[in-house]
Design a binder for this molecule. Structure first.
Ligand SMILES: Nc1ncnc2c1ncn2[C@@H]1O[C@H](COP(=O)(O)OP(=O)(O)OP(=O)(O)O)[C@@H](O)[C@H]1O
Length: 584
């Protein structure tokens, strides 16, 4: 609870923190006043049991009760409205902190399987976090302070009952703890599974063409979505059933304590060691205490779920961002040097199995380098490290003589244009998609890069030309057309270094020729590194790096490598064979 309040306060600015603490103080005061209101019934009843009745004292106690109840309601109204203000502040702080932090994370951190959990965190997680000050804290704070006040007061009325209450409080607190531990353990699994299902649903929708092409829509053994939904249902059922056992334990303990206290109160009264006034007062206290404590029990699960949501936000906020230089270095040129580069994926700290193992390479400014090698050799990873999607585990990557870590992410982004295998086009027009690279680009600029990237013929053919909406993820353009848009976008950015991960998917001859021409144009007067899958691209390169199992095994130009008769010669022979077969 204390930790939850601390986390919340971290999401707030100073003004928000003041609001939070004032609200908590009001809620604590509210609990104390509620407890007092019930405790004061005992002295009130006591005045009625004396003969003659002391009406002066009676009205004094009655006035005190009315004052306590009124003050309690005033604080309740104030703290409830304050709760909404703090909830809104937390929501704003949460979005701001999370947004700012996500922007500093390595690009490589945003893997496909993270889309579901991040989406859930920003949707339901956001509401869970804001819900804590807006609705939950009041019940928790009052649920603790009101019974505590009543227990302390009951010591004054009868120390034996006070002791019984104190023992009962320990028992109930332990049961509550148990309930929360059960919920926390099972909620972690449930959240993990629901996040996974969300990612799978997105994947399932995006992979429809492949799934339908192979007719595997109804085969559960192939459907990871089905598996993840079944897992999610299982973890949800476990959370509900185990949580219910926790609740039964808590309410059982509460019932036991109440029964024991009532039995003791009656016993002491019958023995004549407790007055009737104290008995009535304690009975009222016991029964009224049930209310806030039951509410605490009923909400404990929700409190834990929300505390977990806050914990997940914190965990995300603790993912280390890429370190950025205080003053970014300026590159001198656009040559690229890789020295002793080692890297392994393990989320973002590179501690996983080694993917690149001691890469040394010099890529002169203005050259066109093709990287080839078997699938999984680490070609795309190499490109991503140059673009600073991640930092290397060991060694260094320099552009223009400066380490990419000294250039900073923004510096590297300014220097490089990147064309990926999976071209993602945003909802909007083709022109909008190009202008992402240069918001101020004129129509003439667009026409110029379209000519170079062979996009002009696509634009001319489309009914609304540049204003044609591409549909979400570019679903209305063919693969080759999307690549041309992506290359045109890179051209428009006009960065001196181009990192291009050529799509593995085969293109029709017209598209292949157009894309090859576009790449050749892109390579003019720029430093270009291409993960090459097509012969036309490899042939166009000045220099070829052959990557195998994370190491550069051969490098040189096409003729030299072919004559060497090694991995490259085999790669070339296979591709030529495959192409020959395709054309026949
Ligand atoms: N985000 C990631 N997290 C963990 N492992 C990854 C990640 N991306 C790639 N890998 C692993 O790193 C290794 C190298 O992958 P990479 O994509 O760089 O190979 P590649 O040579 O480009 O392959 P391909 O030609 O098939 O695209 C592979 O074993 C791959 O499974």
């Amino acid at each position: 609870m204390i930790a939850m309040i601390r986390y919340l306060s971290e999401l707030l600015d100073q003004r928000g923190r003041r609001h939070l603490y004032a609200m908590l103080a009001a809620q604590a005061g509210q609990g104390v006043l509620q407890g007092l209101g019930f405790l004061l019934v005992a002295p009130l009843v006591a005045t009625l049991t004396t003969a003659p009745v002391d009406w002066g004292r009676f009205w004094l106690w009655a006035g005190a009760i009315v004052a306590a109840v009124s003050a309690h309601h005033a604080l309740l109204a104030w703290s409830t409205s304050r709760g909404y203000v703090v909830g809104t502040d937390v929501l704003t702080g949460f979005h701001e902190r999370l947004g700012n932090h996500l922007a500093t994370l390595p690009i490589g951190w945003f893997r496909g399987d993270r889309t579901g959990p991040i989406g859930r965190m920003l949707g339901k997680g956001t509401m869970d976090v804001a819900n804590v000050p807006a609705h939950l804290l009041r019940h928790v704070v009052v649920g603790i302070t009101a019974p505590t006040t009543m227990i302390i007061g009951s010591f004054l009325l009868d120390w034996r009952i006070g002791l019984a209450f104190a023992a009962g409080a320990v028992l109930c607190a332990s049961a509550l703890r148990l309930l929360m531990v059960i919920v926390r353990r099972n909620d972690d699994d449930y959240e993990h599974d629901i996040g996974l299902s969300a990612s799978r649903i997105v994947e399932y929708a995006r992979r429809q063409p492949t799934l339908r092409a192979y007719g595997v829509l109804d085969r559960p053994e192939l459907g990871t979505l089905e598996e993840s939904l079944v897992r999610q249902q299982g973890s949800q059922a476990r959370l509900t059933i185990r949580g219910a056992w926790g609740l039964i334990a808590f309410f059982g303990a509460l019932q036991l304590v109440v029964t024991a206290v009532i039995a003791l109160t009656v016993l002491f009264t019958l023995q004549g060691t407790m007055t009737v006034a104290v008995m009535i007062g304690l009975m009222i206290v016991t029964l009224r205490m049930l209310d806030p404590i039951s509410q605490l029990g009923e909400l404990a699960g929700t409190v834990q779920v929300n505390a977990d949501a806050i914990g997940r936000v914190r965990a995300l906020l603790e993912v280390p961002p890429l370190p950025e230089p205080a003053v970014p270095a300026e590159p001198a040129g656009t040559g690229i040097e890789l020295r002793g580069v080692r890297f392994g994926y393990d989320d973002v700290d590179g501690g996983g199995p080694v993917v690149l193992d001691g890469i040394d390479a010099t890529i002169p400014a203005g050259s066109f380098t093709a990287v080839v090698g078997p699938s999984g050799a680490g070609k795309s990873t190499l490109l991503k490290l140059i673009g600073r999607f991640f930092d290397v585990t060991e060694g260094s990557i320099r552009i223009g003589g400066r380490d990419v870590r000294e250039l900073g992410s923004a510096g590297v982004s300014r220097l490089t244009a990147q064309v990926f295998q999976d071209v993602y086009l945003f909802e909007g027009t083709i022109a909008d998609n190009l202008r992402m690279a240069a918001p101020d680009a004129t129509g003439a600029d667009l026409d110029r890069v379209a000519r170079v990237a062979r996009l002009d013929e696509v634009v001319e053919r489309l009914p609304n030309g540049w204003d044609t909406r591409v549909g979400e993820a570019g679903s209305t353009l063919s693969g080759g057309e999307k690549q041309r848009v992506s290359i045109a976008r890179a051209l428009l950015k006009d960065a001196p270094v181009v990192l291009l991960d050529e799509a593995t998917a085969a293109l029709d001859p017209a598209n292949e020729a157009a894309v090859a021409g576009a790449i050749a144009e892109l390579a003019r007067e720029r430093t270009v590194i291409v993960v090459a899958h097509r012969l036309s691209t490899v042939v166009a390169a000045d220099r070829i790096l052959v990557l195998d199992q994370g190491r550069i095994t051969e490098h040189g130009d096409h003729d030299t490598l072919l004559a060497a008769g090694g991995t490259y010669a085999r790669f070339w022979a296979e591709r030529v064979r495959a192409r020959g077969w395709q054309l026949r």
